[in-house]
Design a protein around this ligand. Structure first.
Ligand code: NAP
Ligand code: MG
Length: 488
């Protein structure tokens, strides 16, 4: 263990430590090597790479790097499954499979939680209490819609699109898979899904769930690999592309699909404003700030990464925030006491380091609580910047790490103007005692989701998605189903 570089502003830790409380790893059985899941079978890969644990840099398994030919085989398998049975199944039959998948995910929850933390670096209490239960909830929710599409869209005669190509990121691997696959199957489509290069293991374990649920072969196909596999999927003859990831790749996909008859939804980055008014319950707001930016190491597209605090309470808020940050436990993702786990990859760590250095250079004040980081693996201490100007890169660009930028305001109008001063528009938070002020802000904030006196709340029934550079289309709720349907 090494001490984080000492900062002048660092406060002393509590002087004692929690005893280790590691979750057992042996609930997960890894294979040495994984192929591609195509037409219900495992295809031997032609090319492979190694997936690791970001907390220890320990190699976990060999993973297939899908070639364009292999992606084409997966798309052909999905097409065949769509045409030979799946699309003609009554909704009530499709629902049975979705219910089964949901129940199996619940039964195998511990296995999935451990695997998700092992491969992605997120704390076990998050995978156990958030990622896995929400993934199951998405399958339950969409199972309920499968035989009710006519009621969801009365007089519009909803029809499936065909084959959906789905590309997901590494921050919530299993949950993003559920957000994508559940609505696609509920509305009668078949799927080829590409997980992120760094976090393929939960999607590969999910193939086992599909077999257990006896889902017909080819209805869901999983192709692993880096961005090249994703690009090949976008190029292939699919009817829909659903993408979650960076704005840059999202724009490239949009260009690639221009003029083609392929339905597209994009869920991209964000730089959300979390706005604290002086009449807010400050202690609760501090919990909301911490949850907003340090949850999942800040690898969250809707993270509350820009904090706006009304000037009259800024000292109080910052003092309480720093004290609270001193109690965050950073370390082993498989320890049940861990609050902040490992950064997902070396590449992401370097990006965070580069942006944090720019914040210091541009003149912001940095604070990191004293904490000990493991020597191996990818780690970054929870960080807050004060004295931030709107023009600084740390106030403009998505850092996608545990780094908060604090700005201040005097009036609601000023808060609104500053909050909306971003090319993104995914989410926002408002903390105030006044209901009328919540409504006033929510109406004017240009964001797809606005949380009031809470943050990072998710429910499968509630549509999620952005505006502007945060993308278009919604996931969850009836709005999410619409992205997988055409209307006659
Ligand atoms: P990314 O490159 O956009 O990755 C998202 C997914 O797209 C991954 O599966 C990725 O494969 C794949 N991909 C990459 N290039 C592609 C291409 N040309 N065509 C089709 N698919 C392609 O994002 P990232 O590299 O993981 O992270 C970069 C930044 O994106 C982050 O720092 C963050 O700002 C943002 N991000 C946003 C979200 C979100 O939830 N909105 C999630 C993750 C990241 P690989 O895994 O091989 O890259
Ligand atoms: Mg990438």
């Amino acid at each position: 263990m090494t001490d984080v570089e000492k900062r002048e502003t660092a406060v002393a830790g509590p002087g004692w430590d929690y005893a280790p409380a590691p979750e057992a790893r042996d609930v997960v059985q890894l294979r040495e090597r994984y192929g591609l899941f195509v037409g219900g079978e495992w295809l031997e890969p032609t090319e492979t790479y190694t997936t690791i644990s970001p907390a220890t840099e320990e190699p976990l398994a060999e993973i297939a790097q899908a070639t364009p030919e292999e992606v084409a085989r997966a798309v052909a398998a999905a097409r065949e499954a769509f045409e030979n049975g799946w699309s003609a199944l009554p909704g009530s039959e499709r629902a049975k499979y979705l219910f089964r998948i949901a129940r199996i995910l619940q039964e195998r929850a511990r296995e999935f939680a451990v695997l998700e933390s092992l491969n992605g670096g997120k704390p076990i209490k998050e995978s156990r209490d958030v990622d896995v239960p929400l993934a199951a909830a998405h399958f339950f929710y969409h199972a309920g819609w499968a035989d009710k599409l006519e009621y969801a869209f009365p007089n519009r005669r909803p029809q499936p699109l065909g084959v959906a190509g789905q590309i997901i990121p590494w921050n919530f691997p299993l949950l993003m898979l559920a957000w994508k696959i559940a609505p696609a199957l509920a509305s009668g489509n078949t799927v080829v899904l590409k997980p992120a290069e760094t976090t393929p293991l939960s999607a590969l374990l999910f193939c086992d769930v599909l077999r257990q649920a006896e889902l017909p072969p080819g209805v869901v196909n999983i192709v692993t690999g880096d961005g090249r596999a994703g690009a090949a999927l976008v190029e292939s003859p699919v009817d829909k592309i659903a993408f979650t990831g960076s704005t840059e790749v999202g724009k490239a996909i949009q260009r690639q699909l221009a003029g083609k008859h392929v339905k597209l939804t994009l869920e991209l980055g964000g730089k959300a404003a979390n706005v604290i008014f002086d009449d807010a319950a400050i202690d609760q707001a501090v919990e909301g700030i911490v949850n907003g930016i340090y949850f999942n190491q800040g690898h969250v597209c809707c993270a509350g990464s820009r904090l706006f605090v009304q000037e009259s309470v800024v000292e109080d808020v910052i003092r309480k925030l720093k004290r609270r940050m001193g109690t965050l436990r950073v370390g082993d993702p498989l320890d049940k006491n861990t609050d902040v786990g490992a950064i997902n990859s070396r590449q992401q760590l370097e990006k965070i380091q580069e942006l944090v250095a720019s914040g210091e250079e541009e003149g912001a004040q940095i604070f990191q609580p004293a904490c000990r980081l493991p020597e191996k693996g990818y780690w970054f201490a929870p960080t807050v910047f004060t004295d931030v100007a709107q023009s600084y890169r740390i106030a403009q660009e998505e850092i996608f790490g545990p780094v908060l930028s604090v700005l201040t305001f005097r009036t609601p109008e000023e808060a609104l103007e500053k909050a909306n001063n971003t090319p993104y528009g995914l989410s926002a938070g408002v903390w105030t005692e006044k209901g009328s002020r919540i409504l006033w802000m929510a109406e004017r904030l240009r964001a797809g989701v606005v949380w009031a006196n809470t943050y990072n709340r998710f429910d499968p029934a509630s549509p999620f998605g952005g505006y502007r550079e945060s993308g278009f289309g919604r996931e969850g709720g009836r709005h999410g189903l619409e992205g997988y349907l055409r209307f006659e």
